[in-house]
Design a protein around this ligand. Structure first.
Ligand SMILES: O=P(O)(O)OC[C@H]1O[C@H](OP(=O)(O)OP(=O)(O)O)[C@H](O)[C@@H]1O
Ligand code: HPA
Ligand SMILES: [Mg+2]
Length: 195
């Protein structure tokens, strides 16, 4: 599908030349978010409030949509971790750019991610968060790549399994661009091979 397929008649947008194809459309994202929220609502129905921990910057769009789709009360916290910078492969090193502002002791924590790719970011968090004494830690990610499955990280709630291609949109960037696109698309390799 081309980016404009969901908005027929709209003029070609600035990003159309950079996107090879749409992998997950706006509509699919909306429907999947509602389905995930329903599942999470049910699983946490008997707890006294869920703490969503979103990872800046990528998870911002998903965090905002998921929080509004849930019907149980939530609190929202953010951490900023970075391992990709201006690259299309992980640097292998997770940098903490912003830590939690709140005590998570005895809280039910749900980490909210845009994508689990090599799994490095989430495996680092899975070592870090338990040292702060939460009652439980689970994860939800809108996207998961095949490498993450190989690492055996248990992401309880997954939106879409996507192929091992560099994707952008719905929070995901290449060199800080494309985060605002409402869909997830495959970036043409020519965009990053030429820069
Ligand atoms: O499973 P991994 O290979 O660790 O990759 C996943 C992480 O990488 C991206 O973050 P990035 O470091 O690009 O920071 P950003 O969210 O600010 O773009 C993405 O948002 C995930 O947090
Ligand atoms: O495919 C991706 N796109 C953007 N950011 C990412 N961080 C890990 N994988 C990706
Ligand atoms: Mg990034």
């Amino acid at each position: 599908m081309t980016p404009s397929a969901e908005h027929p008649g709209a003029p070609a947008a600035w990003y159309e030349n950079d996107i090879d194809r749409v992998l997950v459309s706006e509509t699919e994202i909306r429907e999947k978010t509602a389905a995930l929220a329903k599942q999470i609502d049910a699983d946490y129905a008997n707890t006294d409030g869920l703490l969503l921990v979103g990872l800046f910057k990528g998870a911002v769009m998903f965090m905002a949509d998921l929080a509004r789709a849930l019907t149980i009360p939530v609190e929202m916290e953010f951490m900023a971790l970075s391992s990709y910078g201006q690259r299309v492969t992980s640097s292998g090193v997770v940098r903490v750019l912003k830590d939690l502002d709140t005590d998570i002791k005895d809280r039910d924590v749900l980490v909210v991610e845009d994508v689990v790719d090599s799994g490095l970011t989430l495996s680092w968090l899975l070592k870090y968060l338990p040292s702060r004494g939460p009652r439980s830690v689970e994860m939800v990610s809108m996207l998961r790549k095949p490498k993450a499955l190989e690492t055996g990280i248990n992401v309880k709630y997954v939106g879409f399994d996507v192929p091992d291609e560099f994707v952008v949109g719905y929070g995901l960037d290449y060199s800080e661009r494309y985060r605002e696109l409402p869909f997830v698309g495959v970036l043409k390799p020519s965009v990053y091979q030429s820069s």
